[in-house]
Write a protein that binds this ligand. Structure first.
Ligand SMILES: *Cc1c(COP(=O)(O)O)cnc(C)c1O
Length: 356
């Protein structure tokens, strides 16, 4: 039996979107391939609220995260972390010989604008990374407040991980002053895993030109220049199948209306939060809860693996805690094309299994 996914990626993908993955191939140097990539970029610009260039990558989101920190750090990177994915960005910097320092806060707490200001005021850093929506803790960072602080540091390239939030909540890239905003297909966008996208500002482009060893496959400047020189093509062979599906899914997202989509995510989040408060507790600081997933403190010490096994028999799957939170929390995702009916359905089944 297929288990309907309520895990924070990959998410449930609509059958009509899956079908687009089976579109017959075209040459990746054809006019059709350029037109396809251009259409995707134009639509992503709307979703990202940006006028900047959009880069695609035939990798998951991690590829562009690694590419960004390596391609655009000339001096030293300040990596702000609120959980597992922030820490991973630090590991990426270190393993690429990019000078970097990690500023990790207690899990469940946000990166505050005060911390960003304090770190950047040392003048040591020319790039920062922030996790918008930390999937390991279910926390959404206060990026509007961080944007205010960033106005003081125009020389710093600002990279934002929106892998698990873009398409599920409003992120106004240009207004927030984000130079590289990264997302991936298999979360709030509602596609199979295997393609990632980011915006790249002129500031980030100019910075990359000053960085000597940017690698090759994940060099953001090469992705950017190929788009300029070859009219929206990709340096190597991209996953055209994902591009067909993405092009189609973006039409669906725009048809739903992006504001409606964000509202739907918020409403689903509110239902899951209310349920979580009634039976358990919410893990992160409640002022910074994620709109795309809820991380629930396992205050009743339930056997999450057993719950998931029983849910599986009923055709549902949720997620345990991430890393060190494995049995301490469990997570319910409410993102992409998930509906309110789906949410009520999964919660009702959990209630029955746990005897609530
Ligand atoms: C899933 C996730 C990643 C990793 O993305 P992949 O597409 O799996 O490479 C990075 N950051 C966050 C916040 C995520 O949720």
């Amino acid at each position: 039996m297929h288990k309907k996914l309520f895990i924070p990626g990959p998410v449930e993908v609509r059958p009509d979107v899956l079908e687009k993955m089976a579109t017959p191939m075209i040459g990746h140097r054809s006019k059709d391939a350029s037109a396809l990539q251009r259409r995707i970029s134009d639509k992503l610009r709307q979703l990202f609220y940006t006028k900047e260039e959009i880069l695609l990558s035939t990798t998951s989101g991690s590829g562009l995260m690694e590419g960004a920190v390596r391609s655009c750090t000339a001096k030293r990177a300040a990596i702000f972390s609120v959980g597992a994915f922030g820490n991973r960005w630090y590991d990426m910097a270190k393993s690429n010989n990019v000078p970097a320092d990690l500023f990790e806060v207690e899990w469940g707490k946000p990166t505050t604008p005060e911390l960003v200001d304090e770190v950047l005021s040392t003048g040591k850093y020319d790039l920062i990374t922030i996790t918008h929506n930390e999937t390991s803790t279910g926390l959404m960072n206060p990026v509007e407040e961080i944007a205010e602080v960033m106005k003081k540091y125009p020389e710093v390239v600002y990279c934002l991980d929106t892998v698990s939030s873009m398409g599920g909540t409003k992120i106004e890239v240009d207004k927030l002053g984000v130079d590289i905003c990264i997302t991936s297909s298999q979360k709030a966008l509602g596609l199979p895993p295997g393609i990632a996208a980011c915006s790249m500002s002129q500031k980030a482009v100019e910075r990359a030109k000053q960085v000597p060893n940017r690698g090759l496959y994940l060099d953001l400047l090469s992705l950017y220049e190929y788009i300029q020189k070859k009219d929206y093509q990709y340096p190597s062979t991209p996953s055209l199948s994902h591009m067909y599906a993405l092009d189609y899914q973006l039409d669906r997202i725009l048809e739903e209306g992006i504001e409606n989509r964000f509202k739907r995510h918020k409403e689903m989040a509110e239902v899951v939060r209310a349920w979580a408060r009634e039976h358990f507790e919410i893990f992160p600081d409640e002022r910074y809860m994620s709109n795309t997933l809820t991380n629930i403190k396992n205050t009743r010490n339930i056997d999450v693996a057993d719950l998931n096994k029983k849910l599986g028999e009923r055709g549902f799957q949720i997620s345990n805690g991430y890393g060190k939170l494995k049995d301490k929390t469990f997570r319910i995702a409410h993102m992409a094309d998930c509906t309110m009916e789906d949410i009520h359905d999964v919660l009702k089944n959990i209630d029955e299994i746990l005897g609530f």
